[in-house]
Design a protein around this ligand. Structure first.
Ligand SMILES: [Fe+2]
Length: 145
């Protein structure tokens, strides 16, 4: 049983963004498995992957918003930055031996659900106007390549 399953209520209507959100959710499910196995090294590895992927995803979204001339991109970036700082804080606590995995998972799930449904869906109309397959491929490869 997965910790969290993506469903269409989380779709922003842009395939490349939905795929990235689904990958973040997959990371949380991997974290659940690692946590259940009580293997600290695996938890550390999944956490590192999760943080790295999420930061790259945020940068990708920020590039899309800038390119689209989305008016609230500064506010959106500030929200990303604040949440990134919170996740890094959890990783530091994990590294110092505290068991914060569950708290991180539930915070990320609540934060991402609200963020997708409110903030990401808000930029989708602007961003979908500039998006086309060639442009997405080039931009995605430059971030995730
Ligand atoms: Fe976002």
């Amino acid at each position: 049983m997965s910790y969290w399953l993506w469903d269409t209520s989380l779709s922003v209507g842009i395939d490349v963004i939905d795929a990235q959100h689904r990958r973040i959710i997959d990371y949380l499910n991997e974290l659940e498995v690692a946590k259940e196995s009580a293997d600290r090294d695996t938890v550390s590895e999944v956490l590192a992957g999760l943080i790295d992927y999420t930061r790259t995803h945020f940068l990708f979204e920020e590039e899309l918003m800038t390119q689209a001339g989305y008016t609230l991109s500064d506010e959106h970036k500030a929200t990303h930055d604040a949440f990134t700082a919170q996740m890094i804080n959890y990783v530091r606590q994990h590294e110092s031996g505290r068991d914060v995995t569950r708290k991180l998972m539930s915070d990320l799930r609540i934060w991402l659900t609200n963020h997708i449904k409110r903030d990401d869906k808000d930029y989708a109309r602007s961003v979908s106007k500039i998006i086309n397959k060639g442009w997405v491929r080039k931009t995605r490869d430059s971030f995730f390549g």
